[in-house]
Design a protein around this ligand. Structure first.
Ligand code: AMP
Ligand code: GLY
Length: 442
């Protein structure tokens, strides 16, 4: 069987493709469990299993005899279903939290209640309720709100006053709709500012947390932040690992919020959080507020940080599992990154699966990297599903160069696909800076 480290990767997206690439920089054997056949991950794997990611029986049969050292779980949904708990029964530890700590993402109510109970800073004003009278009262006090169901939404069930809900009637109708479908309503004050993502490696102890470069994602479908919310249409990071509208004090406070959360999850659930923790923050006039936690790398944001990681990612995973991240010095290259996602036309509402023809060599020649997402490759033909299809990534000393690299590579990907051409442009970045100045009254 050899002495190579044997790793299971769960998930089929571009996030998992970049995780696979990062793991394979070391001399390891990769085994992958996917729900659709990602050609990029397939090419890097010794063996793959196709199936629903919560089909633990199928997974168990696959894992037996593989002699795995550990697993890396890409998406949130199997984590919410307890895949890390199942794997540990088979002797396989995971980079990815068990079911209880994974509630940080899976239940927005759990997350808010934890922050309230342990007085973790950055918690916006909110209520969790299915009582329309209580909801109306909160709405009257706050005027502008965000309304969320208490469960996984893929970023698409959240509606915000002014963006998706135009008046009180629309707000209340949406609340009623959520209650009817059996969910409690989480209503929060509308946070005003600029969003940023902070992804961190977590080994169970808050003070061992290691952050990665800040990233900004683009949730809205269309250029200029128009259109419906999506899983994320593209993202960028800067060569100094900060964002020009986020100051050092904010970064420090955000790290502290996450460190405290990690320790409080252990207090609350009795289980250590091990894996990647993704903090989605809004920098507001009152400092950073937590929009939400994700219990895994972001997609696309994983593509902004993993390719510029200087360390051996396998070693980081081992230290996460052993609780010894504090023994590593983790470093990232001082490069800017721009990732653009191509999605099938009609996404996220009514995407039409389409065939795509990818000239991988030409993309590479342009200097870009390509990560497959929700596509299937059968008999040499690549077809999209209803989700985002392919991520392209530019890496350079300057963001404008990284943006050009990503944008120019897209012409080598043919099919009925859509992408945002404004992600990573200086024009958009300057708008963000100006917006933040306005919010802060500068
Ligand atoms: P979530 O799924 O909680 O990340 O929400 C999706 C998106 O909705 C976020 O990235 C924000 O852009 C927006 N959002 C969520 N909560 C709020 C809030 N309290 N105030 C303003 N915008 C929000
Ligand atoms: N980019 C948003 C997410 O991964 O949830």
């Amino acid at each position: 069987m050899g002495d190579k480290t044997r790793i299971l990767l769960v998930g089929h997206g571009a996030r998992e493709h970049v995780i696979a690439e990062s793991l394979k920089k070391s001399d390891i054997e990769l085994f992958s469990f996917m729900s659709s056949k990602n050609p990029g991950i397939d090419a890097l794997s010794a063996k793959i299993l196709l199936g629903k990611l919560n089909d633990f029986e199928k997974l168990q049969k696959f894992v037996q005899g593989l002699n795995l050292n550990f697993a890396v779980i890409g998406p949130e949904s199997p984590l919410g279903d307890g895949i890390a708990d199942e794997l540990v029964k088979l002797g396989v530890p995971s980079v990815g939290p068990k079911k209880e700590p994974a509630k940080l993402e899976i239940s927005k109510a759990f997350c808010r209640d934890l922050m309230t109970k342990y007085k973790i800073p950055g918690n916006p004003e909110h209520i969790i309720s299915s009582d329309m009278e209580e909801i109306k009262k909160f709405l009257n006090q706050n005027n502008e709100v965000a309304v969320k169901p208490d469960g996984l939404t893929g970023g698409k069930g959240v509606k915000v006053t002014g963006d998706h809900l135009m008046n009180d009637k629309e707000v209340l109708d949406y609340c009623q709709e959520l209650i009817k479908s059996g969910s409690r309503v989480i209503m929060e004050e509308k946070l005003i500012g600029e969003e940023f993502t902070l992804q961190a490696f977590i080994d169970g102890t808050g003070s061992h947390l290691v952050g990665s470069p800040l990233v900004q994602d683009h949730k809205r479908l269309l250029n200029g932040d128009e259109g419906p919310n999506t899983g994320g249409m593209g993202s960028y990071s800067c060569s100094d690992h900060k964002l020009p509208f986020v100051d050092d004090k904010t970064i420090k406070e955000s790290i502290q919020i996450m460190e405290k959360t990690v320790d409080c999850v252990k207090k609350e659930t009795g289980q250590e959080y091990k894996g990647i923790l993704y903090g989605q923050f809004m920098l507001t006039r009152d400092g950073p507020k937590l929009v939400e936690y994700n219990v895994r790398f972001g997609d696309p944001e994983a593509m902004n940080v993993l390719p510029i990681l200087k360390n051996d990612f396998v070693e980081i995973c081992e230290r996460i599992i052993d609780g010894k991240l504090n023994t590593l010095k983790i470093k990232f290259e001082n490069k800017a990154t721009v990732c653009k996602y191509l999605a099938p036309k009609g996404y996220p509402v009514d995407a039409k699966p389409t065939e795509v023809i990818v000239d991988e060599k030409a993309v590479q020649k342009e200097g870009a990297r390509l990560y497959y997402a929700s596509v299937n490759k059968e008999n040499g033909k690549i077809t999209t599903t209803k989700s985002r299809s392919i991520g392209v990534l530019g890496i350079a000393d300057k963001i404008e160069i990284a943006e050009r690299i990503a944008e120019k590579s897209i012409k080598y990907i043919k099919g009925e696909l859509y992408h945002r051409s404004d992600v990573g442009t200086l024009d958009l970045l300057n708008l963000r800076i100006a917006h933040m100045k306005k919010v802060l009254g500068k």
